[in-house]
Design a protein around this ligand. Structure first.
Ligand code: NAP
Length: 266
């Protein structure tokens, strides 16, 4: 099997560092270059704490694709630069796997059009944790039988958005199979504003923010005499790497843009 030649954007970041290790440890992956905003002309092995990988670092992604033959770009940067990287990769015939979050509907539409024009795969996945994807899928399955459900998502206290994208996505998936319904007592009253959480078509969403947490979610269903809890915990960024691996392998065999790992997991 030929190795999949990968360019990694954002190698010094928290996700990027894990991705360097993933690529290094995966026999059929090869890190052929990295795109960073510093360290032009150096090699990955020159960066403190990095494995001994002789992949050159470029600050200009176009120059990178002109110099280096690559199959896949893995982007783990910021939405501003990530969208430029993704577009440039497609223009150069390189298939993007994007973990960077924060792309707009407009960005996705434009990138989908470009991917289809070029007949290239492009996977954009706001959550690479396979366990989190399964938690969402199992929750949708359970919601067919339990229509009372509350979502408790728990994250570190530096997270800016609430509820989390995964919490919201879970509520959306559940709503696809559950009639909108007001839960709890019809006359319930909040004595403190927000006590019952946010309301998504009657599904209550609670956001916990505490130092020490990483990314966790529990979906709790209630029925007569029983409850069902479906829970996922990400303890570190390594939890996202099996999803990156799956996306890199899959992107080689698709010719359109796929948004969300749930669309490539059966
Ligand atoms: P991070 O630690 O802040 O890393 C981001 C990296 O991107 C930094 O090394 C940064 O460099 C680099 N960068 C910024 N601008 C750049 C540019 N112009 N060219 C090249 N590199 C540039 O963040 P992180 O936690 O690794 O997360 C990275 C992205 O993945 C974020 O969008 C985050 O939301 C997302 N994420 C996704 C998942 C998922 O499952 N899909 C999970 C966790 C995080 P400097 O250090 O110089 O700024």
């Amino acid at each position: 099997m030929d190795k999949i030649r990968i360019v990694l954007a954002g190698p010094r970041g928290r996700m990027g560092k894990e991705a360097v290790l993933l690529i290094e440890e995966t026999e059929h992956f090869e890190l052929v270059a990295a795109v960073d905003r510093i360290n032009e002309g150096k090699y990955i092995s020159d960066i403190e704490g990095m494995p001994n990988v002789q992949a050159p670092i470029y600050t200009d992604i176009e120059k990178c694709f002109q110099d280096v033959k690559a199959d896949v770009l893995v982007d783990l940067t910021t939405p501003e630069i990530g969208r430029v990287h993704t577009k440039t990769a497609l223009t150069y015939g390189v298939r993007p796997v994007v973990g960077t979050t924060g792309f707009s509907e407009e960005d996705l539409k434009e990138l989908k059009q470009l991917a289809e024009e070029k007949e290239l795969g492009c996977i954009i996945a706001p959550n690479f944790a396979i366990g989190a994807i399964l938690m969402m899928k199992f929750s949708q399955m359970a919601a067919k039988y339990f229509d009372d459900v509350e979502i408790i998502e728990m994250h570190h206290d530096q997270k800016l958005d609430a509820p989390s994208g995964t919490g919201l996505k879970t509520a959306e998936l559940i709503s696809e199979v559950r009639e909108a319904k007001k839960q709890g007592h019809p006359e319930e009253k909040e004595l403190l504003e927000g006590a019952r959480g946010a309301d998504y078509e009657g599904i209550r969403l609670h956001s916990v923010r505490l130092p020490g947490l990483i990314a966790h979610q529990e979906v709790m269903f209630g029925g007569f005499g029983q409850t069902l809890k479906i829970r996922h915990d990400s303890y570190n960024r390594a939890s996202f790497m099996s999803g990156v691996k799956l996306a890199v392998d899959t992107v080689m065999n698709v010719d359109t843009l796929v948004y969300g790992l749930e669309n490539i997991i059966d």
